[in-house]
Write a protein that binds this ligand. Structure first.
Ligand code: FAD
Length: 373
């Protein structure tokens, strides 16, 4: 049985499978290992927003990376359908970043100055165009939308398989150690060998930083959500505020999130968390209160100490790469992360442009960390 691959990816969430898809499409020999079924952890909990502008206050390199990743979904939806048969349910109905008081309205109007493609709707226009929302105005973000995260992860997984990659679900990575020019990976199913390792283990990535001599930058941030299945769909746009978001999906349900509990890596959903969320949402969207409740759930966002993903090669252990720490933007950033790892392997121009922004070296003592957000 085969036990040697060019690249082994630890973690089969949306990030691991996007990397596998991009590498195997380019002809690489890849194996993805997941201790569970893959796509069920943070990826399965996500609302799927492609919120480039809700996640950036000003333009800059990080914003540019977000735009590139969001735009990659336009081509990926057809490409992934062709090789996997899965519709990733991309919607491009736009997003509204809503202001709940005058202070937030002022902040959003200032933000609009930095992004001329966005437009400001004052409270009067909101009452006419979005009468179901009680707000003090909103930024209208026409280009941003959402996808169905577990569908994207599954489509990347099947797509990568169609290009020859291997997936081992139920395969827990216990240890990684140097072996000749490459690495030996100890799993519950035995030893596997690889020239390169990519750690894409989401919120569980911390030990792999420590094991390889880097400070652990990972910060788990639990998030809780619920969904409703409205009898009549009032709207198709996504609404986003600092304390909650309302995301209509193409299958007719509306995902509402999310609580934010920093340092909490547990996976249970608290009644109080959902009750607080409902309270905030129904004050602003009273029309949703009577709609049928569908389900509730939670997940752990893979945060980092500086809020930025870690995508790049270990500064000392050549051949070990990290692709983790995507916090609340892993769905948005999955396509560009796959492309960035592929470009790092090939020493391409995409990598030259972005590698400094996400380098793991920034966490070592004396590491250089430069970016503009
Ligand atoms: C409530 C909530 C809402 C969110 N909403 C959005 C959103 O709207 N838009 C957005 O862009 N992002 C959103 N996110 C963030 C997004 O979900 C994450 O950034 C993204 O899913 C991270 O993907 P990942 O593949 O790194 O991690 P995961 O999906 O957690 O995958 C990591 C995988 O690694 C495996 N693994 C770990 N350790 C090992 C090991 N030792 N051996 C083998 N396998 C291992 C796990 O089993 C898991 O399957 C949200 C997150 C949450 C929790």
């Amino acid at each position: 049985m085969k036990n040697h691959w060019d690249t082994v990816i630890v973690g089969g969430g949306i990030i691991g499978h996007s990397i596998s898809y991009h590498l195997s499409k380019a002809g690489a020999d890849v194996c993805v290992l997941d201790k569970g079924t893959g796509g069920r952890r943070a990826t399965g909990a996500a609302a799927g927003m492609l919120g480039v502008h809700t996640e950036n206050r000003t333009p800059g390199l990080y914003h540019e990376f977000c735009v590139k990743s969001r735009d990659m979904y336009n081509e990926l939806q057809t490409e992934l359908y062709q090789c996997s048969g899965i519709d990733i349910q991309l919607t491009t109905n736009g997003m509204l970043q809503i202001a709940l008081d005058e202070r937030e309205a002022k902040e959003l109007q200032e933000k609009q100055q930095s992004f001329p493609s966005l437009s400001w709707l004052d409270d009067r226009e909101m009452k006419i165009r979005h009468p179901w929302v009680k707000s003090s105005g909103a930024l209208w973000i026409r280009e941003d939308g959402n996808v169905k995260p577990e569908k994207v992860a599954e489509a990347f997984k099947r797509g990568a398989r169609s290009f020859g990659s291997t997936v081992k679900d139920g395969c827990f990575v216990i240890r990684i150690r140097k072996s000749g020019q490459g690495y030996e990976v100890t799993t519950n199913e035995g030893e596997i060998f690889a020239e390169r390792i990519v750690v894409a283990a989401g919120a569980d990535s911390g030990p792999w930083f420590r094991e390889t001599g880097l400070p652990n930058p990972m910060v788990p941030v639990k998030g809780e959500c619920f969904s409703i299945k409205p009898r009549n769909l009032l709207f198709q746009e996504t609404y986003f505020s600092p304390s909650f978001y309302v995301v209509p999906k193409r299958d007719g349900s509306i995902v509402i999130g999310a609580t934010s509990r920093e340092g909490d890596g547990s996976e249970s959903t608290s009644a109080g968390g959902i009750a607080d969320l409902m309270d905030q949402v129904f004050r602003v969207f009273p029309a949703l209160r009577e709609e049928p409740l569908e389900k509730w759930w939670s997940g752990v966002r893979p945060g980092t100490s500086d809020g930025r993903p870690v995508i790049g090669e270990h500064p000392q252990e050549k051949g070990i790469f990290f692709a983790t720490g995507h916090y609340r933007n892993g769905i948005l950033l999955a396509p560009a992360t796959g492309k960035l790892i592929q470009s790092l392997f090939e020493k391409g121009t995409f990598a030259k442009k972005y590698e400094g922004l996400f380098s793991p070296a920034r966490f070592q003592i004396g590491g250089v960390y430069e970016h503009t957000r």
